[in-house]
Design a protein around this ligand. Structure first.
Ligand code: PLP
Length: 388
């Protein structure tokens, strides 16, 4: 058989981390002491009280059957109560909220629910690559919204050409932002909602990092007037509770959009394992426990070690207010690929070149705070020995 993969796969942008991946594997194979600031995956375990609930839930026969497509009612009701407490936003758990197999599932499937082939999808850049990929998969025409330091890493809505705006059926946003760690102010969401209502555009705000913050709690787009008519916001238990491997999140917002997403889901998956939703219900109800809050102190300490250390060395880096990423300006004259490559070959420190998140990410590298503070201090010391 002459196998040829589907054309849509050929439309995906090249995977720019290949070279860094290869270099990292070679360094590890050579037995070098690599400090990996590349991966955005919490290094700490899931809190014990969540694991304990999972142990009980897994023994319950009611949890062994197919899950409800839209998620177990207890999880949805708890998630709605969490929205009310955290943001003061009222969502009806039976119509305006749906369980997801991680927020990535919602990002990947939402375009199937709202975009027709040839429709414009507005995608920020630099960004998590899934927005672009999921839009390509449904035959959407991607229009990138460049983010910049001058613009506070927020898209300039006025820069979107009118003809494009009129055809835009979906806009992706992500705050707190990966990779730049920017937080969107409440007023920005008001402007987004006005834009969306004018142009008949659905807004998907990816809030996977909503609970990883060191300053004021980041706002929700659903707090903006009229947001419930045009927006859905995707939340995740992955980073808040160190549950990346469990695959649990939820979408909340406009009932018609949630219903369309539910229709896609019921035709493509059968929901998340009920026992995981039961453990997730306990997690959401106990976000104030010390072991959950302690994670933020841990990230804050690591952030300060990295930011203070690099600043002392003369690197230009802002102290992030949220997420566990630090977005670092490359030294003058060095592009992001060269910077990441040299940090790996000369200091055994893995970072991600900004260009891998799209062209406007050029000039920066991303470091994740997912290794202990001592290792970050060690990384800073080694970076100090590399002369750019
Ligand atoms: N959105 C962003 C911006 C991310 O960085 C990630 C994961 O790294 C996700 C979504 C996916 O998170 P989840 O584990 O909830 O699928």
């Amino acid at each position: 058989m002459a196998f040829a993969k589907a054309q849509r796969l050929g439309q995906l942008p090249p995977y720019l981390f290949v070279e860094i991946d290869r270099q990292k594997r070679a360094a590890l194979a050579a037995g070098r002491d690599v400090i990996n600031l590349g991966v955005g995956d919490p290094d700490q375990p899931t809190p014990a009280f969540i694991i304990e609930r999972m142990h009980t839930a897994i023994g319950e026969p009611k949890n062994h059957r197919y899950p409800f497509d839209e998620g177990v009612p207890e999880f949805r009701h708890r998630a709605a109560a969490w929205m009310k407490k955290r943001f003061g936003v009222a969502v009806e758990p039976d119509r305006q909220l749906i369980t997801l197999i991680g927020s990535k599932e919602g990002l990947a499937k939402l375009p199937l629910a709202v975009v027709n082939p040839g429709d414009v999808v507005l995608v920020p850049q630099p960004a998590y690559p899934v927005y672009n990929a999921a839009s390509i998969f449904v035959g959407g025409e991607v229009h990138f919204m460049p983010l910049s330091a001058e613009g506070g890493w927020l898209p300039d809505l006025d820069a979107i050409p009118t003809q494009i705006a009129r055809r835009a059926r979906l806009m992706f946003l992500n705050y707190p932002n990966n990779p730049t760690s920017a937080v969107a102010p409440r007023e920005f969401y008001d402007r987004v909602v006005r834009f969306a209502r004018q142009n008949n555009t659905v807004v998907c705000q990816d809030a996977a990092y909503s609970e990883v913050y060191f300053d004021e709690p980041p706002p929700s787009i659903l707090q903006a007037d009229g947001a419930m008519d045009v927006a859905v916001e995707l939340f995740s238990l992955s980073k808040t509770f160190n549950m990346t491997g469990w695959r649990l999140g939820f979408a909340a917002g406009c009932d018609a959009i949630i219903a369309a997403l539910a229709q896609v889901k019921s035709n493509m998956d059968s929901g998340q394992f009920n026992a995981i939703q039961e453990a997730g219900t306990v997690a959401l109800a106990n976000q104030d426990r010390v072991e959950v809050r302690a994670m933020l102190d841990l990230y804050r300490e690591r952030r300060d070690v990295l930011v203070d250390g690099l600043t002392r060395l003369g690197w230009r880096v802002e102290r992030p207010k949220a997420t566990f990423y630090v977005w670092i300006r490359c030294p003058d004259g060095a592009d992001s690929m060269t910077t990441a490559r040299r940090l790996l070959s000369e200091a055994d420190v893995v970072t991600i070149p900004g260009i891998g998140f799209g062209r406007p990410g050029e000039g920066y590298i991303r470091a994740a705070l997912t290794v202990p503070a001592e290792r970050i201090a060690e990384a800073v010391e080694r970076i100090g020995r590399v002369s750019f």
